[in-house]
Ligand binder design. Structure first.
Ligand code: SAM
Length: 451
């Protein structure tokens, strides 16, 4: 997520002002004024990973949402790297209120999931029951999604990297719940994303609306009869939001009446067409959300136990003992599965991982995956880093520690797992993944960015 700029924002596009003045009527002046104010900063805490921060003000519509008076340098905060919180725009956390009005799914899909803000929020809600398939077709964005899912540390996510059409062909009518947080023109992000302002045009809006209406039929195909669709964007205009209602009706979807507390400041559209957050009225950025239900009655999906591998799992000692795990070898890596899989799992196209990625066995050596470092209760031998050691570790340096008689050591800070160290004779090699390493200059000693 890009930091909000303290510099004076570029003026709003003239065509945008004109069209909003007509669409918003008496509220236009105040809303356009709000779009030139600084963006609101916020984070969502991991419900199971506690870290020390000063008391932060709560976001009213999410139990773990917190406003930030100032944006710290997240890169220099080990808790950020440990997945103790997700830097997420406050208005979009209202998804929490929406899902709490729907049944819990056995199989959910986040169809346009990168970088993972809403997938991690859905996972918090699911509490490791049922599966979430987080899909993202754009390769570099899919990598960021994978990193964020792993750092969030749950065992019930899987990731695919395909366009919705391929998914709909392979596993139609599979999802109890599907979230389409659609690619959009980003009008609601004008305060925090200068590029969204620069690139805005009527043409872009039309293009985005076309893309959304091309994704929606596949999205609906993926939903079970009786299942739900949540459709959201971070834009204001009708064409990209409730303008898709006729299409959805024609696809057999019916709107769901959602309720939100008036105190939140979101605006309800008529006929259950969803809710909109306007900056200035809501303490957050622009966001639109609506829920739809597919006609018909839900058929229970058959679940199957993950296939057991013939070889014994070299990573089983790293898994918490209080849970019954099924370890399987798939696509030349090892995975730990905690619960039955939907029977169609092997047909999911472009599947990147499922469950917990344990690691790989190469030339007789076992190399643990970073995912394991983030799960709750990983019983691997640990080394607690202090405030002088932690940033160098995250930078990829290999400081000297007292040797231990274990091949792999989990580096942690304040009880939060960060990554692996490999024992090499009298020292450790830093196994923190290259792409995650801090590139900026670091201070000699960590200072708590929250006080
Ligand atoms: N839900 C994400 C989150 O909360 O972090 C943000 C999703 S962003 C608004 C929309 C995503 O849709 C982008 O990651 C984009 O790469 C992806 N996308 C673009 N074209 C797509 C398509 N045709 N089908 C599915 N996803 C697409």
């Amino acid at each position: 997520m890009k930091p909000s700029s303290s510099a004076r924002p570029e003026p709003l596009p003239a065509d945008f002002i004109e069209v909003c003045t007509t669409a918003w009527g008496a509220e236009a002046e105040q809303r356009l004024h709000a779009l030139n104010q600084p963006a609101v900063s916020s984070i969502r805490l991991h419900p199971q990973k506690r870290f020390s921060h000063s008391t932060l003000e709560k976001v009213p519509w999410h139990p773990e949402g917190r406003y930030l008076a100032q944006r710290p340098v997240f890169t220099l905060d080990p808790a950020f790297h440990a997945g103790a919180y997700y830097v997420q725009e406050a208005s979009s956390m209202v998804l929490w209120e929406v899902i709490n009005q729907l049944p819990k799914p056995k199989f959910a899909i986040d169809l346009a999931a990168a970088p993972g803000g809403k997938s991690t929020l859905l996972l918090d809600w699911m509490q490791e029951k049922g599966w979430l398939l987080a899909n993202e077709p754009i390769p570099n964005r899919a990598l960021a999604l994978q990193d964020n899912l792993k750092k969030w540390g749950y065992s019930n996510s899987m990731q695919s990297r395909v366009y919705p059409e391929q998914l709909a062909k392979a596993i139609p009518e599979s999802a109890d719940l599907l979230l389409l947080d659609a690619p959009c023109s980003g009008e609601g992000m004008f305060r925090k994303d200068a590029f969204a302002r620069q690139q805005w045009s009527f043409h872009l809006r039309t293009q985005c609306a076309k893309t959304q209406s091309s994704i929606l039929p596949d999205a609906v195909k993926l939903i079970k009869p009786g299942g739900h669709l949540i459709y959201s964007t971070c834009t204001f205009n009708e064409h990209e939001n409730h303008g898709h209602a006729d299409l959805l009706f024609s696809l057999g979807m019916r709107p769901v009446q959602l309720s939100l507390s008036e105190d939140f400041g979101f605006k309800q559209l008529t006929n259950s067409m969803g809710w909109i957050a306007y900056p200035g009225e809501v303490r957050g950025e622009g966001f639109y959300v609506a829920a739809w239900k597919k006609e018909g009655t839900c058929i229970e999906e058959e679940m199957e136990v993950a296939p057991k591998s013939a070889n014994s799992c070299p990573f089983s000692a790293y898994l918490p003992e209080n849970v019954q795990w099924n370890c399987m070898e798939w696509n030349s890596a090892w995975y730990a599965i905690r619960q039955p899989l939907p029977s169609f799992w092997s047909r999911i196209p472009g599947l990147q991982f499922l469950g917990i990625c344990l690691g790989k066995s190469e030339k007789g050596r076992s190399i643990p995956d970073s995912h394991l470092a983030f799960i709750s209760g990983c019983p691997a031998p640990r080394l607690s880093l202090d405030e002088f050691q932690v940033l160098p570790y995250l930078k990829g340096l290999a400081p000297y520690f007292k040797p231990q008689n274990e091949p792999w050591i989990l580096a942690e800070f304040n009880g939060l797992g960060l990554g692996w160290l490999k024992t090499a004779g009298n020292r450790f090699n830093n196994a923190y993944p290259q792409p995650w390493r801090i590139r900026m200059d670091i201070p000699a000693k960590l200072s708590n960015p929250w006080f």
